[in-house]
Design a protein around this ligand. Structure first.
Ligand code: AMP
Ligand code: GLY
Length: 420
């Protein structure tokens, strides 16, 4: 089996490790990968928006399964771009990817198919938004429509904050904006719910909760994710039924009604209030660091699951998840999410002794002259699974302390809601 993986983060290293488990003698190419994937696969230096070069490479090297990690190539239509080849591309097509690519697209589906979500209004210019904001109750949420790499969402406490958000979005801070979304602020506890779909059927593949803020106690600036735990403490089979019937099934029907079929991972971002789910967002990929947190719990063959997703055969695929508790802590470069140094050497990595239940995924690293250097804000992801969250977290912290990388910092309170 020859597999390609697009992306270079911790999510893609976690996917790569799991694929490596199932195709021990197969070939894996990571496009472009990082220093971690380099040790179990071959990194290929092609930009992830260069679809032509990716296609040429895959055809030349007889790639059979191409896994797309991040959202951008999906939203830009990489799956459709491969339609004239026999290569199985894991992920949703361009129309389906609008579920993440346009928040307004998703909100319109929510209205048409009665999917529970925050009340909302769409505005096309500053003046109309301003008129609405003057007479609104706060807090409320203002969102840019398109992809904004985890930014583009403002929780506004008053009119002035609302006005700043509106001006920034219409000024093009997140790309040309023809409209924006103003949403009711939902109160509850967040949970991320993951499924994998094959166009007809879907299977549950875990829940998780990430910590987005840089500081302990969930304070400070937003980041791409400082850590995560799985499963969510809110998860019950009763809640899963509600999520499937009220949110997942109608959304997948909506995609079918548009003449296509949803395939790949679907990340359902939820607010849970009084044991009822409200949709906050869809993502058309696994989360990062949710993926690194969940995949170590997966007791099935990921390659098979992905191939079955592509070919519409998931129905016969059991997906077993361990009952263990998983914690992932992200080791970041000092200064992140603002200014930080790149290219600082991470020594000792080779001497870390991982136990069977411990995992290390690279996120922002690169290999230069046989040295591992940092190359991003979020650098390494340490994961441990065990019978309880406290043990998992203690294991991870112990590992990070052994590394003692001078330019790194991390949150010691990941999972505090399920530990303290
Ligand atoms: P999104 O990119 O839409 O997931 O928003 C990013 C984060 O903003 C979410 O994970 C929530 O923490 C928060 N958020 C987004 N929309 C709402 C809402 N309507 N009410 C409360 N919090 C929200
Ligand atoms: N951890 C949030 C995301 O991947 O969108």
């Amino acid at each position: 089996m020859i597999v390609g993986i697009i992306g270079s983060g911790g999510r893609e290293h976690a996917i790569c490790s799991k694929i490596r488990d199932s195709i021990k003698n197969g070939k894996i190419f990571c496009i472009p990968g990082n220093a971690g994937t380099n040790s179990i696969a071959e990194n290929i230096e092609i930009k992830i928006d260069d679809f032509k070069s990716i296609k040429d490479f895959c055809l030349k090297n007889k790639v059979e399964l191409l896994i797309v990690g991040p959202e951008k190539p999906l939203v830009d239509g990489i799956v459709d771009y491969f339609n004239d080849t026999k290569i199985k591309v894991f992920g949703p097509d361009k129309i389906s990817s609008q579920l993440e690519g346009s928040k307004i697209f998703t909100k319109k589906i929510c209205s048409k198919y009665n999917i529970p979500t925050a009340n909302f209004k769409i505005f096309e210019n500053i003046e109309d938004t301003k008129k609405f904001l003057v007479n609104s109750k706060y807090p409320l949420v203002i969102k840019a429509d398109g992809l904004a790499a985890g930014k583009g969402v403002y929780i506004c406490k008053n009119f002035n904050e609302g006005l700043t958000a509106t001006e920034e979005i219409f000024a093009g801070k997140f790309g040309t904006a023809e409209n924006l979304l103003v949403e009711e602020f939902l109160i509850g506890e967040e949970m991320s719910y993951f499924i994998v779909c094959d166009g007809e059927n879907y299977k549950f593949i875990g829940t998780a909760q990430d910590h987005k803020r840089v500081g302990e106690g969930d304070k400070g600036k937003n980041t791409g994710g400082m850590g995560c735990y799985s499963p969510s403490r809110l998860f019950t089979s009763d809640l899963a039924k509600k999520i499937n019937t009220r949110i997942v099934n109608p959304a997948l029907s909506a995609i079918k009604d548009m003449g296509t079929k949803y395939k790949g991972f679907l990340y359902v971002g939820l607010m849970i209030k009084d044991n009822n789910p409200y949709l906050v967002e869809f993502n058309v990929r696994m989360g990062d660091p949710e993926c690194q947190t969940i995949l170590p719990l997966l007791e099935d063959d990921l390659t098979k699951i992905m191939i079955n997703s592509c070919s519409g055969d998931l129905k016969k695929n059991e997906i077993k998840l361990s009952k263990k508790k998983s914690i992932c802590i992200v080791l970041c470069s000092k200064g992140y999410p603002e200014k930080y140094k790149n290219n600082t050497q991470i020594k000792n990595l080779g001497s870390l002794k991982l136990k069977k239940n411990e995992y290390l995924f690279h996120a922002g690293t690169k290999l230069e002259n046989n040295e591992i250097l940092s190359s991003g804000g979020r650098v390494l992801n340490f994961v441990s699974i065990s019978e309880n969250f406290k043990t998992s977290r203690d294991d991870v912290i112990n590992l990070i302390n052994q590394l003692s990388w001078g330019n790194g910092f991390f949150r010691k309170d990941i999972g505090y809601k399920v530990i303290d």
